[in-house]
Every structure is written in C-alpha cells, then in structure tokens.
Design a protein around this ligand. Sequence first.
Ligand code: CNA
Length: 337
Amino acid sequence: MANQESVEDSLGKLYLSQEGDDNSKSTKEDNLESIAQLIKSKECKNIIVMTGAGLSTAAGIPDFRSPDIGLFTKVMQKYQVTSPELVFSIDYFHENPSVFYEMSRGMTETDYKPTIAHYFLKLLADKNLLLRHYTQNVDGLDLAAGLSEDKVVTAHGTMYTAHCTTSECHTKYTLEWLKQQLLKTPDITVPRCDKCQGVIKPDVVLYGEQLPNKFFTMRSADFPNCDLLIIMGTSLKVEPFASLVEHVPEHAPRLLINLEETGQDHGMFSRSPSQIGGMVKHLLGWNSNRKDIFWKGSCDDGCLKLADLLGWKQELLKLKEDQQKKPSQDTLPNVKL
Ligand code: CNA
C-alpha cells in the first residue's frame, strides 16, 4: 500500500486509502476550550481548515459514506455494485455519464444555502486567522458564505463550471446552463454540447483523475506555516487529500469535528504499539507528540460551540443572517465563460 500511495500521490490522482490495521479508539474528551485559548492567545495566526461532505449535509446535500443516507448506500442498492467508488470514477463516467447525472441530480436541481460551519470559515478569514480552506466539496457553499476564492483550494474541483469532453471542443459551461438543460426537458439525462453534441462533464475530480495543480503547490506553501489544523465533516478516506493531515508541523494541534472519529489511517488518535513510546512521552509532558483532539458532533454544533468559547457567537449568527439576506446571485462564484 505504501508503494501504491506514493505512486498515486506523485501522480496526484484521486484514490481510496486502505483501512488502517489499528482501529483502537482514543477519543479525546471535549477539548475545544484549549483550542479556543490557543486561538485567543494570538499564538496561532495561520489556521488551515480541511473539510469534506459532512460540512454540507446540514444544508441538505448527502455525503458519500454516512450509513443509510449517504450516496454510496443509494448507489449500492440501485446498481448492485460492491465498490460504489467505481460509479464515481472517470472511466465509468465515460461509459455511463447518465449515472453520474442521476446521482448528482440534487446538486443540479436545488439551491442550497451555506450552514453555520461555512460561515465560521468566513469569520476566521475576516479575523485574518484563516490561512486556507482545503475542501473536497464541489458545492461551492464556502464561496457562497462569502469566502474569497484565494482562500479556498477545491481539491476535487467544482460543480459550478463544466466542459465539453470532446478534446478538440472543450467548450466551457456554467452550472446554471447545466441546470437549464436538465430542467427544460425532463428526458435529457446527459447534457450535450451546443457546438459539437459532446457529453458535458462538470469540473469535478472523479476517481482516477488528476487533482488540480493548485492543490500541490498550495500544500507545499501552506502546510509548513500551519499552527492549527481544523478538520471537519470528512471520513479521511480519499487520497491524496486525507494525507494532508500529516503535512502539518508537529507543534500544530489537529482538531477533528466530526460525527465519527476518523484519521486513524494517518496516525491520528493512534494507540498502536509503534506509537506507545510517543504516548508515554506525551503523558509525561514531553511535548514531542502531536496534539490531536476529537470533538464528536456535527460541524455546525462544533463551530457554534467554538465560536461561543471565543466570544464570537453573536457575530457568527449575525454574519449568517446578513449574508443570507443577500440575493443568491451576489453570493455565488463569478463564473465567466
Ligand atoms: P464521506 O466519505 O462521505 O464522509 C463524510 C464524513 O462526514 C463522515 O465521517 C460522516 O460521519 C461525517 N458527517 C456527516 N455529516 C456530518 C455533520 N453534519 N457533521 C459532522 N460530520 C458529519 O465524505 P468525504 O468528503 O470525506 O469524501 C470525499 C468525497 C465526497 C469527495 O470526493 C467529495 O467530492 C465527495 N462529496 C462531496 C459532496 C459535496 O460537495 N457537498 C457531497 C457528496 C460527496
């Protein structure tokens, strides 16, 4: 697996990480207070936030892996596949583009609104504390919450733009155009290019596709400077994104806000024998070990609690209220053709 990871990582393609051998649970008690103290102490100026589909489930967008309600359950039931990732691979898309459109239909039909956790990111940016938001999400709700594009690395692309898959054509389209195509004729299952009738594919990174260069260049520039990593709403199962957690300096605490504990494959919360030496040092107060904190709960509750501890709760609620009063076209990415 190590070889596979390094090869895949150097290729920069999207792939699934293997379950770790160590499934031991070492859930930390609610330690948000110490994180709030760290943020307030001004010792941390460069917070990196890593997010996944769990950030947007409260907005109504299903994630992949949540039991019963995640898209993978739907895919497995409908297509009788044992490996649902296959359905979201580039090879499968080329063979059956209609399946991708069926599975992402919600995202092309509904106007979703950012959640408290998205606005928390915006608040961190307003306070000059957010170095970068690395997200696996393709829904653009961070931008809709007011985050500027230079603060965001969309590791798995975006639904906001799309291209014709015929290489000689490669005409660009917007999500609005896609929506119109899908709405205007109910039997259109795959939007086709106005110019050449080629299949249109949203600019999302499917399994087997290359991640954007920006992911790798920003990773090298940002992570050595990170002094707090906040991870939210992700199973940390998809590579090379999940391995980002290993790129932060040892002194930087890693806070996970999630419904379940994740990250064990990357040495987070680990109690494997190889780490026992490190744990003993940690218990003795030798600060050579990483500080990992798991806050079990929803992204929105975790962010609201953290904002409360920071004295920012009212500001966060007001930010959400004010931003949601704006017409939606003023809060979406400005996509030019
Ligand atoms: P995942 O593998 O489905 O994991 C989601 C994680 O979030 C799980 O650990 C859940 O327990 C947790 N979770 C779910 N809801 C919440 C909540 N409200 N609060 C806290 N935790 C929650 O999703 P990942 O993002 O880790 O996997 C990567 C895939 C999912 C990427 O390639 C994405 O493009 C893809 N995806 C994105 C979206 C989107 O853009 N909103 C939607 C569905 C899938």
